[in-house]
Design a protein around this ligand. Structure first.
Ligand code: FUL
Length: 741
């Protein structure tokens, strides 16, 4: 007979001493040290006692939060500024933070984090400590304050507020009297430094022995954390377009100030919340939040590298010096790029965002979605309608739990995360009987992480169908939340088995849902000959047992339609019947099933590369030949030395009208990436004209296709691309694809 405990947090300790001997000697903690010589068993026993603190728990419960990138880049169309922009570049006339918050609220998000200072050093609030910001722009005669307006709107719409304050600061690096890396001595400074005529209402003061830049940073943190209402997240970006003077960050001082002034704020980039490791919205299949550290995360000032795929497996933990609880934030942008650029910029579809939501929130992480306001201070209509649609999809799917009236342990049906069912290796099943057969395709599982840490290593779900138990979904860990996705099934009995656990596992919630699925997303590619292929993308399910999940099984009557001018496709558009030729075309395609439309996918294809050749004036890295830069296959790439000459000449074989070029970096190569260069054109390969510079900011963290439009389009047969800047401290630089349009 199954042996289940239905317990509350209050009686947890008592029961725990009875059920787990090791717990008698071990306390729960946010970080636990591994002692040299600890056996695997001891390390795992320690790992299951690593739990989130209150701040982390609140951050995870917020689940879906908004990022807003706004600043001079919004007006220059760049991803990274230089720091030397004239403040008048920030030519804001109108600002509607209420509109931002309405859209954020409609998406079901709980917090918004604003880039109050990006790497360019331009501040969006009325700081006492610099003139490089909104106070020197024409916005509201220099009296404007984006953070003030946003904090008011947040209060109005019931959203929490966070701030992104870039440690990298190009203005303070580049200006003659800049403070960043100015080699000033560490001396005792009082924070906040008094500024005449601008007293603080909050009278707290701190004394820290820090240098000029750290003092500047602390003064600004003081303003942000005391004058804009409660701040719930402070976001420290690890990215640095440039460094100077060996500048160090006195994180211990920053932390003391933050913990004192904003005790509820989680710190991103340090010990509270970590980066997920990419900016594309990718998620790990197994995202442990109890992870291995080489150093003490609570006292170190190091920005840890969180890009490894495996951070928390048994193997990773066994090589650790510290075990630390640290949830990941999956951060990505609704648009191509973090800042608003133009209306050509691709916007993710609602289906795409919803997919990331399910993988991130339902994969034990927090989903931080960026939405950049445009030059009118508003979120563009396109983005707003995606956010509204996503909110609707989330509410429609997860707002209704089909298990509420079921026969199952109350602890997993109620919404109290502190009540849970405890499973042991001998009693590892939860069975649920529904009041009547229901059609489901989503299951949500949660562990009682606050009380009991992360314990589940593997689990699967079965339903009773035609008198037989049939596996429908499964996965590895659960943690704060796991969403399982599977093809529709109708059943009145569900069985959940935890097949591998680090210690007795505590399941606090099970719910089942139905997602009104739509026809799938599409993927498009074009061959060197110019033939475009469109394919439906099989939805990512958490179980693929019998090869059943094929497009024809899932959508028997699927049709694809497309347009060649970028306009919205419909059933009246061209039907896709196989590869077709396209040059200089914006292909927009949609999958339709029973008159229900999937999300439209648009791809801009430039000149066909047939007959092209490419030459390089240096030596290519073996096996990464020049042809790979124009073979229309992003999986192969050209690579050359990161030093010296790096000029590639594309020969189109005949003249064509050229208005720009695109650069696609390899997504997974050990090479450096093109960050800067010049481009010029020629009719004969000898006389070059129209040379202009290009720059691809943030290319390393966000290695997606970048486009440079020529100031004046030209007729030419040859295009010369000289690489003058390489991102990443690597020996070589790589190009997966160059395109021309
Ligand atoms: C990156 C930055 O360099 C980008 O500009 C952006 O702010 C992103 C969230 O983090 O590392």
């Amino acid at each position: 007979m199954k042996h289940k405990f239905f317990i509350t947090h209050a009686v947890l300790c008592l029961l725990f001493t009875v059920t787990d001997i090791s717990a008698q000697t071990r306390d729960y903690s946010n970080t636990i040290r591994v002692i040299p010589g600890d056996s695997e068993e001891t390390i795992i026993s320690k790992a299951v006692h690593v739990v989130p603190d209150g701040r982390q728990l609140s951050s995870m419960k917020r689940e879906f939060i908004a990022f807003v990138h706004f600043g001079p880049n919004t007006f220059t169309g760049k991803e990274w500024g230089t720091g030397m922009e004239d403040p008048s570049v920030f030519a804001l006339r109108n600002l509607d933070t209420d509109q931002w918050c309405r859209a954020i609220k409609a998406a079901g998000m709980k917090m918004v984090i604003l880039t109050v200072k990006h790497h360019d050093g331009f501040v969006l609030w009325q700081s006492r400590y610099t003139d490089h910001g909104i106070m020197s722009s024409g916005f509201k005669d220099g009296k404007g304050d984006v953070l003030r307006e946003l904090s008011r709107s947040c209060r109005k719409y019931g959203l929490k507020l966070g701030v992104y304050l870039s440690p990298a600061d190009l203005y303070q690096i580049e200006s003659p009297d800049g403070l960043y890396g100015n080699l000033s001595k560490k001396t005792e400074r009082i924070i906040p430094r008094p500024v005449e005529g601008r007293p603080f209402r909050n009278k707290t003061t701190f004394r820290f022995a820090v240098d000029d830049y750290n003092e500047y940073f602390l003064n600004q943190l003081f303003e942000l954390l005391t004058e804009y209402g409660p701040i719930h997240e402070v976001w420290f970006d690890g990215a640095h377009p440039k460094r100077k003077g060996g500048q160090q960050y006195d994180y211990a001082a920053w932390k003391e100030l933050i913990r004192t002034l904003a005790p509820e704020a989680s710190v991103f980039g340090r010990e509270d919340i970590r980066w997920c490791g990419n900016e594309a919205g990718d998620t790990r299949d197994t995202e442990w939040n109890v992870i291995a550290y080489d150093f003490d995360p609570d006292t170190s000032s190091v920005f840890p590298d969180m890009t490894d795929y495996d951070l928390g497996s048994r193997k990773a933990l066994c090589n650790a010096k510290y075990l630390h609880y640290q949830p990941a934030e999956t951060n990505t942008s609704i648009r191509e790029g973090w800042f608003y650029r133009d209306e050509e910029q691709k916007v993710r579809s609602a289906d795409d965002v919803f997919d990331i939501y399910e993988r991130s929130v339902g994969g034990n992480s927090i989903f931080l979605l960026n939405m950049p306001p445009d030059r009118n201070g508003r979120l563009p209509d396109k983005d707003v309608s995606v956010l509204e649609e996503v909110g609707e999809m989330i509410r429609r799917t997860y707002g209704r739990d089909l298990l509420v009236k079921s026969d199952a342990p109350r602890a997993v049906l109620d919404d109290d995360p502190d009540t849970y069912v405890e499973l042991t290796p001998d009693s590892n099943v939860i069975e649920i009987v529904l009041p009547q057969p229901s059609t489901i395709n989503r299951l949500v599982l949660q562990e009682a992480v606050a009380a009991r840490g992360e314990r589940v290593e593997e689990h699967f779900v079965e339903v009773l169908s035609d008198g037989q138990w049939k596996k429908i979904a499964g996965g590895t860990n659960i943690g704060y939340k796991r969403i399982l996705r599977f093809p529709e099934v109708t059943t009145d009995r569900i069985r959940i088995t935890v097949s591998s656990m680090r210690a007795d596992a505590s399941i606090s919630k099970v719910s089942a849902h139905h997602y009104a699925s739509r026809p799938p997303r599409l993927s498009m590619k074009r061959s060197v000959e110019g033939m475009v292929t469109i394919e439906p993308v099989i939805p990512a399910f958490n179980w693929k047992p019998h090869g059943e999940n094929t497009i024809s099984n899932l959508y028997p009557d699927l049709r694809i339609y497309y347009t060649t001018d970028g306009t919205a496709p419909s059933e009246a558009s061209l039907p896709y019947e196989g590869p077709f030729h396209a040059e200089k075309a914006d292909i927009s395609a949609v999958a339709v099933s029973n008159s229900v439309y999937g999300p439209a996918e648009t791809c801009s294809f430039g000149l066909v590369k047939k007959g092209w050749s490419v030459s390089y004036d240096g030596t290519s890295v073996p096996e990464h030949w020049t042809d790979f830069a124009i073979d229309d296959s992003p999986d192969t790439w050209w690579a050359g030395s990161a030093d010296g000459n790096r000029t590639l000449i594309l020969d189109l074989g005949e003249e064509a009208e050229i208005s720009g070029f695109s650069y696609t970096p390899p997504s997974n190569s050990p090479e450096g990436l093109v960050s800067k260069g010049t481009v010029s054109v020629s009719q004969d390969g000898t006389v070059w004209t129209g040379q202009e510079e290009f720059e691809f900011g943030n290319i390393l963290n966000n290695p997606v296709t970048r486009v440079h439009r020529l100031n004046s389009p030209a007729k030419a047969r040859f295009v010369r691309i000289e690489i003058t800047g390489v991102a990443g401290d690597r020996d070589s630089v790589a190009v997966a694809e160059f395109g021309l349009f």
